[in-house]
Design a protein around this ligand. Structure first.
Ligand code: IPE
Ligand code: IPE
Ligand code: MG
Length: 247
């Protein structure tokens, strides 16, 4: 019998996969552990899935890691996640080994300078890698990102660099933090929640959504392949009719 991986059509891979990595806390609770253990397992799993995605040939992987809303979690949890980031998630060797180009998007004004330093180091060290581009959405929320874009567009209009009449869909996309990548083709959310929680709202206008019951630390390579197979079975119409797509 063919494995899930063998069922994937490599000619029709999604170019950009985004993942809302949810369920770390519940994963830990189910095992009678502290939430922090769930975050540890979740961070380790981010590396596993990054390797699986890179090896498969995915060009862009975006991992929703920490939302702006997550700053309002208990202090202890926020501190733990931030420590994890610098100690575990920003493990450069894994990016170097897999030829992954690393990037981060989010409101950096809220981040500790030490984390910014490790992040920038990781970005620089992987800048010339030619494989998958992996982006962490960290201290990120879509409404914040869109607000920033609107503010920048307004400034450019005021300075005469941009005409109001020239503001169109592409102009807005170009002012978002994600301007260097295509919109996600596939957006996965784990842990049995059916919402976007402020993740890539503009960019997911035509993303295929895939929800999965497993908690993020349990979401493995096979689950990733299943999501890709499911995606490949969808018909993306972008407003057109089925008949128009078949032509
Ligand atoms: C996702 O897991 C990680 C972050 C949002 C930082 P959660 O911590 O939200 O886990 P649950 O949803 O409470 O199980
Ligand atoms: C979304 O998860 C944010 C990340 C995965 C980084 P949350 O657990 O914060 O989402 P809500 O609060 O349940 O919507
Ligand atoms: Mg959650």
């Amino acid at each position: 019998m063919a494995t899930f991986k063998e069922l994937i059509n490599l000619e029709k891979l999604p170019s950009h996969v985004a993942i809302i990595m949810d369920g770390n806390g519940r994963w830990a609770k189910k095992r009678g552990l502290e939430r922090s253990k769930g975050h540890e397992a979740g961070a380790a799993n981010a590396h596993v899935i990054a390797e699986v995605a890179a090896e498969l040939g995915i060009k862009y992987l975006t991992l929703y890691t920490f939302s702006i809303e997550n700053w309002s979690r208990p202090d202890k949890e926020v501190k733990f996640i931030m420590k994890l980031l610098s100690e575990q998630l920003l493990e450069e060797d894994i990016f170097v080994k897999n030829n992954i180009k690393f990037n981060v998007i989010g409101d950096f004004s809220l981040l500790d300078p030490d984390i910014m330093k490790s992040m920038n180091h990781c970005i620089q060290r992987t800048a010339t890698n030619t494989g998958m581009c992996m982006t962490l959405a960290l201290s990120y929320s879509s409404q914040w990102e869109i607000t920033e874009a609107v503010r920048n567009i307004a400034e450019e209009c005021k300075e005469g660099k941009l005409k109001v009449a020239d503001i169109d869909k592409d102009c807005i996309s170009q002012h978002l933090k994600t301007s260097y990548m295509p919109d996600p083709d596939l957006l996965i959310r784990t842990a049995n929640e059916y919402r976007l929680s402020n993740c890539l709202l503009w960019q997911s206008a035509y993303s295929e959504l895939y929800f999965c019951e497993k908690y993020w630390p349990d979401f493995d390579g096979e689950d990733f392949y299943k999501a890709i197979i499911d995606y490949q079975g969808r018909e993306r119409r972008f407003g057109k009719t089925s008949e128009q797509i078949e032509i």
